[in-house]
Ligand binder design. Structure first.
Ligand SMILES: *Cc1c(COP(=O)(O)O)cnc(C)c1O
Length: 642
């Protein structure tokens, strides 16, 4: 226990909710119940049914699936798809818009079969389709989308085989559109369509001038790699005109980037695209659809701002902006309202996955209490530190800041020159830390806080070791400093007293989380509870359903985690609808091309050789080989002893 913030005394669930921001980023899905557990409201705002994540985590472990695990709540995915469609329907009705809305899910956002299966099941009622960006994704899409009224949109570079696959989908009655991304593609489409005798469904991807702020904005703007410039679009148009196939050109597509935090960028992009659409109609193309791409953002930090981990608009405002842009531009020339497609990936799946892991250990900022008597020492460093500790008071706080930093430096120098021992250095370090905490705690009661205290505050944190790999399960935290909400999923009736950062179990110093959603306190720390002897401490990382799973890698050979999907029934019971075992050690070794059989043989040989040379006996050999066998079959993460 280290800090005594003002809140400790009358700590309540509301304080926990505010501290972790769950009422902001949790949307309608996550909150805290009276027992201090994080609960899921799987049906969103349409029902107040709640289930405890802590209960689920314990049940997962009881079934023999260890932490870490990804938990998917299928109903949340269903609610997100429903929300998008219902909101568009409402806006369409209110504005008198004449077209309809059809969504597609971009497979790249989470390709797992389970995910696509759940999307097509929940999306069926709305004819929610799929977007594919490669041959593999297209084959997956065709095999999963059992619905001819839903759209199949093909983006990405397409070779003949890709196009043949799509054309065969068209032959089978699917609305499969090729979005032409690069100028040469149209020739391949025309050639294969002729060969296979199919009228292709063609779309154009345009490069807009509009460029969105944010992490992913390179995919938009005039200099983006994808899409056609206006003059390239005209070339395609002329080509189609020449072969009398302008009727095949029906769709205009753009994508200015993912996680567009600012609604003004959404609006600007939509308006620009509508103008291009209008011109394509005037050129005689058989235009029917505008595909507004992805970009609908997720408010990861709950700040409702245009900060890159947030968004400054609601889904409803998004829908209004899209619909109104079309009306504003097209009504001037009485152009019929097109079908609207959006390719929302992130917003569709982010909420429905949660990464759960347990804390293995804590490296506490303070290793030991202050010694009652100082050992004999040849210099007065330790006694000076002791005096500084005793001196800390409101009037002397600045002086103590100076002193403690001075003595900290002095202890380093003395050690370097052989004037204090290892044990004396340990004592000095410990004393310094006690002083820093005393200063920092005192400062919370002062009106005027000296600037050095802010510096000192940054030095004070525990390191909590979480049983997970950042590189496997949260790659965007490492790669692009993405913020995800993190918090304990239980014990929230107790005030958390320890400022901390979270380290994973890879031995990479980048494998840490030290950026948290927070408004009024330091973003680089999270407050966590003391560990208890007899109880696991579980944390959840929320909103991880988009992009994290397939982008994750095998750093340090930590493999896929277990995945558990649950489906919550109306009566509050839930079924474990899917359970996928994570990678074993053997699996990950195979991924990096080890031949496990040969490895086993080599280890056998090594053991035999060890007998021959008198290191071990035959019985020890048996035990050792057994250990290796078990090791290969085991989970790649930290496993508790049974
Ligand atoms: C990645 C991508 C999407 C998904 O974007 P989100 O922001 O996740 O909704 C949609 N369309 C295209 C073409 C993409 O490349």
């Amino acid at each position: 226990m280290r800090r005594t913030p003002k809140k400790v005394k009358n700590w309540s669930i509301a304080d926990a909710s505010e501290l972790y921001g769950i009422s902001k980023w949790g949307a309608e899905y996550f909150s805290i119940n009276q027992n201090g557990d994080v609960v899921v409201t799987p049906f969103g705002s349409s029902s107040d049914l709640q289930i405890s994540l802590h209960e689920i985590a314990k049940e997962i472990e009881d079934r023999g699936l260890a932490m870490p695990a990804i938990l998917r709540i299928e109903n949340i995915l269903g609610s997100q798809i429903k929300q998008l469609h219902e909101t568009f329907r409402k806006v369409i009705k209110e504005t008198g818009y004449q077209g309809e809305f059809k969504g597609v899910f971009p497979i790249k956002v989470n390709q797992q079969e389970q995910v696509i299966d759940t999307i097509t099941r929940y999306g069926r009622a709305y004819n929610h389709g799929l977007e594919a960006g490669s041959k593999a994704e297209l084959i997956a899409a065709i095999s999963m989308l059992n619905n001819r009224d839903a759209f199949l949109v093909c983006n990405g570079y397409k070779d003949e085989e890709f196009i043949d696959l799509g054309l065969s989908a068209v032959k089978m009655g699917f609305k499969c559109y090729f979005v032409v991304e690069v100028p040469g593609e149209i020739d391949v489409v025309l050639k294969r369509a002729k060969a296979l005798k199919v009228r292709p469904l063609i779309g154009l991807r345009t490069k807009l001038n509009t460029q969105a702020e944010g992490q992913w904005s390179e995919s938009g703007g005039e200099n983006s790699v994808f899409g056609l410039t206006i003059s390239q679009m005209i070339d395609v148009l002329d080509k189609l005109k020449d072969v009398d196939m302008l009727d095949c050109l029906q769709l205009l597509h753009y994508h200015i980037g993912s996680q567009i935090a600012d609604i003004r960028d959404i609006r600007a992009g939509a308006m620009e695209a509508c103008r291009i659409y209008e011109e394509l109609v005037k050129e005689g193309a058989n235009m029917q659809i505008i595909d507004f791409g992805g970009g609908l953002a997720v408010d990861y930090d709950g700040s409702q701002t245009n900060y890159h981990s947030s968004r400054n608009y609601s889904t409803e405002e998004y829908c209004y902006d899209v619909v109104e842009s079309i009306i504003t531009v097209l009504d001037k020339n009485n152009i019929p309202h097109p079908t609207i497609i959006t390719e929302s990936g992130r917003a569709t799946v982010a909420y429905y996955s949660i990464l759960l892991f347990n804390i293995l250990d804590v490296s506490s900022f303070i290793p030991h209490p202050i010694p009652e008597v100082l050992p004999e020492s040849t210099n007065d460093l330790l006694s000076n530190l002791m005096s500084t500790y005793e001196l800390v008071a409101p009037k002397t706080i600045q002086e103590c800041c100076n002193d403690v930093l001075f003595y900290r430096n002095q202890s380093r120098q003395l050690f370097k020159h052989g004037q204090i021992s290892l044990r004396e250095k340990a004592l000095a370090e410990n004393m310094v830390r006690h002083i820093l905490i005393k200063i920092s705690t005192l400062a919370t009661t002062l009106k005027h806080i000296p600037r050095d205290v802010h510096y000192i505050d940054k030095l004070l944190y525990d390191i909590y070791y979480g049983n997970f790999s950042l590189f496997q399960s949260l790659p965007d935290v490492w790669a692009i400093d993405q913020i995800f909400p993190v918090m304990p999923i239980h014990r929230l009736t107790e005030p958390p007293l320890n400022p901390a950062i979270i380290s994973d179990i890879t031995c990479d110093c980048d494998g840490k989380i030290d950026n948290f959603p927070a408004e009024d306190h330091d973003r680089s720390r999270i407050m966590l509870h003391d560990l208890k002897e007899d109880e696991e401490y579980y944390l959840g990382v929320f909103l991880v359903g988009a992009y994290q799973e397939t982008l994750g890698d095998l750093h340090n050979l930590f493999g896929d985690t277990h995945v558990v999907s649950i489906h919550v029934n109306e009566d509050g019971s839930y079924d474990l609808s899917q359970e996928l075992e994570g990678d074993s050690v053997e699996d990950v070794l195979t991924y990096v091309e080890y031949d496990v059989k040969a490895m086993k043989n080599r280890i056998k040989g090594l053991a035999e050789d060890s007998i021959k040379n008198g290191y071990i006996n035959a019985k020890e050999r048996k035990n050792i080989l057994h250990l290796f066998d078990e090791g290969l079959r085991g989970y790649t993460y930290y496993e508790k002893d049974e």
